[in-house]
Write a protein that binds this ligand. Structure first.
Ligand SMILES: *[C@@H]1O[C@H](CO)[C@@H](O)[C@H](O)[C@H]1NC(C)=O
Ligand SMILES: *[C@@H]1O[C@H](CO)[C@@H](O)[C@H](O)[C@H]1NC(C)=O
Ligand SMILES: *[C@@H]1O[C@H](CO)[C@@H](O)[C@H](O)[C@H]1NC(C)=O
Ligand SMILES: *[C@@H]1O[C@H](CO)[C@@H](O)[C@H](O)[C@H]1NC(C)=O
Ligand SMILES: *[C@@H]1O[C@H](CO)[C@@H](O)[C@H](O)[C@H]1NC(C)=O
Ligand SMILES: *[C@@H]1O[C@H](CO)[C@@H](O)[C@H](O)[C@H]1NC(C)=O
Ligand SMILES: *[C@@H]1O[C@H](CO)[C@@H](O)[C@H](O)[C@H]1NC(C)=O
Ligand SMILES: *[C@@H]1O[C@H](CO)[C@@H](O)[C@H](O)[C@H]1NC(C)=O
Length: 401
């Protein structure tokens, strides 16, 4: 009986459908919906109404919050990383070798004659300033010296540092600051600094050094760089070590090779550098087996007796393993191989591949990054170092993929 009554009631209700006022509509919705909350809010007593209202609001907010989280997660284009460890056939890296000394001294001696004489005199004065100078009047060419001299700064009175010229007693310094004779002070009491003046000589700054050795070395390198920069590159290439001279023997796996398999490149700091397997002309050589027997073996002749004195403090070969067609930043990333020893280098490759758009701002190979490649003469690929300043205007800031 009960069941029948209930069914009739249900039928009535369904037939009736929604009313025409909002309240009726709401009541009809609440009665017919199969979510629990709204129905109870309408139909229960005031206490339960309040309770159901709060509960419904709470859980509805949780649902919307979760939707928000999901949508946000989707739109951030998150990626998953797959990692595989193993050995497989891969490209043998490009190998750049340079001699630590950029030039052969016998071929650049005439360019550095004045500078070397000055350097000897400077060392004499800094190391042993008290000794009587037998050769004080030795004919030194002060053209270079007057351009960027080393000075001693006497700081015994911190409020009035006195600038002293190293050679004040045998030539006249034509610069501001009226340097006093350098006799009163040696490198232990005074600070060595390099004076850098603007062209008209009115504004000068001092590059201060904490150690005299560092000051003298840096001064020499600056002056030598200045001298070499006035010589055309073709001449400089001839003054460096030739490939034939540097690479005595070469073996790749079981295959013999020679200096002809290397690409020559002139590096401003290391002179002639030679790159094996750069991949510019033909495909990169594969490396399918690990181990010394399957790699590149070289015997180098560094010609150490002909190093430019003062210019390098190291004897050895500068080495860099890098990717095909990338410019070798030998000075920044290379390592030294000592002379007179055998050096063996093993390589473990971590290859990282980043997804491009829309996952991140990474580029596939940099060809679409709007930069000027400073090393485009060498057909090198994009890397952060080869990039000149971005042209004005917004552009994607690319990273190598
Ligand atoms: C002085 O200079 C001459 C040549 O210019 C050199 O032969 C001699 O050894 C020098 N003497 C000293 C004490 O340096
Ligand atoms: C000194 O060197 C400069 C260039 O470095 C040269 O022009 C000048 O002739 C030289 N002076 C002497 C006296 O050798
Ligand atoms: C320095 O220059 C002055 C004149 O300006 C001259 O009298 C003096 O002899 C010069 N000193 C040296 C060591 O050349
Ligand atoms: C020298 O050059 C500096 C900057 O290059 C300038 O400020 C100064 O006025 C110049 N002095 C003279 C006398 O030309
Ligand atoms: C070098 O030292 C001098 C004297 O102490 C000082 O006036 C100058 O500012 C210093 N230069 C730098 C770059 O710190
Ligand atoms: C070196 O070059 C020669 C001739 O150009 C070539 O036959 C040889 O395969 C090359 N060797 C290597 C290891 O690439
Ligand atoms: C770089 O990638 C683009 C497309 O991803 C391709 O068209 C282009 O040839 C590639 N350039 C080099 C040098 O590999
Ligand atoms: C750079 O590549 C172009 C074409 O791929 C080629 O013609 C040119 O000789 C290459 N330049 C160098 C320095 O390898």
């Amino acid at each position: 009986m009960q069941v029948k009554k209930y069914l009739v009631k249900c039928l009535h209700r369904l037939q009736k459908g929604p009313g025409y006022t909002y309240k009726e509509l709401l009541v009809w919705y609440c009665d017919n919906t199969n979510t629990h909350g709204p129905k109870r809010i309408i139909c229960e007593g005031p206490k339960k109404k309040a309770m159901w209202f709060v509960l419904t609001l709470l859980f509805a907010s949780i649902v919307f919050w979760q939707w928000g989280v999901f949508i946000r997660t989707y739109l951030s284009w998150e990626v998953s990383v797959s990692l595989s460890v193993g050995f497989k056939t891969m490209d043998f890296p490009a190998v750049t070798i340079c001699n630590a000394s950029p030039f052969q001294y016998s071929k650049v001696k005439h360019l550095l004659k004045d500078l070397d004489q000055l350097m000897e005199a400077v060392l004499e004065r800094i190391v042993a300033p008290e000794l009587p100078r037998a050769n004080a009047t030795r004919a030194l060419n002060f053209t270079l010296w007057n351009h960027t001299p080393l000075v001693l700064i006497d700081e015994r009175n911190p409020h009035h540092p006195v600038v002293l010229d190293l050679f004040a007693d045998n030539h006249n310094v034509s610069a501001s600051g009226s340097p006093a004779p350098g006799r009163a002070c040696n490198a232990q009491q005074c600070k060595v600094a390099m004076r850098l003046c603007c062209l008209n000589g009115t504004v000068c700054t001092f590059r201060n050094f904490t150690s005299a050795t560092q000051a003298v070395t840096e001064w020499y390198i600056l002056q030598a760089t200045n001298i070499f920069s006035q010589v055309p590159t073709q001449e400089l290439v001839k003054m460096g070590y030739s490939g034939e001279q540097l690479i005595l023997a070469c073996l790749f796996g079981a295959e013999p090779c020679s200096y002809r398999n290397f690409t020559a490149l002139f590096h401003p700091d290391y002179g002639n550098c030679y790159i094996f397997n750069w991949g510019t002309a033909e495909r990169a050589l594969p490396s399918s087996n690990p181990g010394v027997e399957f790699g590149l073996k070289l015997i180098l002749d560094l010609g150490q007796e002909d190093y430019v004195p003062f210019l390098t403090s190291t004897a050895g070969a500068r080495l860099l393993l890098h990717e095909q067609r990338s410019y070798p930043f030998v000075k920044e990333e290379g390592i030294y191989a000592m002379s007179g020893t055998e050096t063996s280098i093993g390589v473990l490759v971590d290859k990282l591949e980043r997804k491009g758009k829309p996952y991140s701002q990474c580029t596939v190979n940099g060809s679409d990054v709007p930069i000027h490649n400073l090393y485009s003469d060498y057909n090198t690929t994009y890397s952060i170092q080869v990039a000149a300043a971005l042209p004005p205007g917004p552009g994607p800031s690319g990273r190598p993929a």
